[in-house]
Design a protein around this ligand. Structure first.
Ligand code: CP
Ligand code: NVA
Length: 305
């Protein structure tokens, strides 16, 4: 059996590994801010496969890999044989013989898992319908930077129980914090799809205000994720009371932070006053994608340094 370490969902990391990644992130970020060269991945190549659109994920991986001294190659479905039916297993065999690490953004989680099973090199999930582990890694790093350890804290997730929500729920189990989730009826968390061990790190609320009460962090995401566009009108109707607005932030703790993985729709899942307001850390959160992923690339390729 292969011992290659992949990052396909958040629970692929232990709390000790997350701690190590955060330590490395702080160090790597400081060096970046001081314009100090750090090239541990010279001569290494990252292949990035995108089957869905991206701004942050592509840029943060591509820029991050260059800053570590390596090279990043962008592939998408339209311009490769993946879009013409080449089996993912065959693509993995070939691609993983020509590079050192792979990042994939795709539809079903099963696709990244099949790729990883046939890959000779580490595979990173850059978002699937089920999970977005790189996002939550950056989000938690951002929380810790602003407020200290997340253990024992309460995160309020308002809106769709989507890929980012599922990843928060897994992270809560790994890092021992709580998530209060509020979704409209019919959009509740599916524990099995979320890949949870148990249900004791989250609580479901039908009332979003109740979920936000006394939270240390309030977070949300689009009502309609990529790949679900056909449900847009139906979702817009179902989610209209699930907007994070000023009143909702008021019932959270006074020092609560607001996060959003972006891209955001002001006036839908979040009010402009909140995302552009003093509790919002969305720009730091987006920037930390690059710093945390650089630590992840370093760890998956070089282990503990
Ligand atoms: N948050 C995030 O993954 O953004 P992109 O879709 O722009 O990559
Ligand atoms: N839940 C969103 C996240 C985008 C970064 C989506 O999957 O479209």
């Amino acid at each position: 059996m292969s011992t290659t370490k992949h990052f396909l969902q958040f629970k692929d990391l232990s709390s000790e590994e997350v701690e190590h990644l955060f330590e490395r992130t702080r160090w790597i970020k400081e060096r970046f801010l001081r314009y100090e060269r750090y090239w541990p991945l010279a001569d290494r190549t990252l292949v990035m496969i995108f089957e869905k659109a991206s701004t942050r994920t592509r840029l943060s991986f591509e820029a991050g890999m260059h800053q570590l001294g390596g090279t990043a190659i962008y592939l998408n479905t339209r311009d490769t044989q993946l879009g013409r039916g080449e089996p993912v297993e065959d693509a993995a065999q070939v691609i993983s013989r020509m590079c050192d690490i792979v990042m994939i953004r795709t539809f079903e989680q099963e696709i990244v898992e099949r790729f990883a099973r046939n890959s000779r090199v580490p595979v990173i999930n850059g978002l699937t319908n089920e999970y977005h582990p790189c996002q939550t890694l950056a989000d938690i790093f951002t929380y810790v930077e602003h407020r200290g350890p997340i253990r024992g804290k309460t995160v309020a997730w308002i809106g769709d129980s989507n890929n980012v929500c599922n990843t928060w729920l897994q992270a809560a189990e790994v890092l021992d914090f709580n998530v209060h989730v509020s979704t409209p009826r019919g959009y509740e968390v599916e524990p099995e799809r979320a890949g949870l061990y148990g249900t004791d790190h989250y609580e479901q609320f039908s009332d979003p205000m109740a979920a936000a009460r006394d939270a240390d962090l309030v977070t949300t995401d689009v009502w309609t994720s990529m790949g679900f566009e056909a449900e847009n009108d139906e979702r817009r109707r179902a989610f209209q009371d699930w907007q994070v607005d000023v009143d909702m932030m008021r019932v959270a703790r006074p020092d609560a932070l607001f996060m959003h993985c972006l891209p955001a729709h002001r006036g839908e899942e979040v009010a402009a006053e909140v995302i552009d307001g003093p509790q919002s850390v969305v720009w730091e959160e987006a920037a930390n994608r690059m710093h945390t992923q650089k630590a992840l690339l370093e760890y998956l390729l070089l282990g503990h340094v």
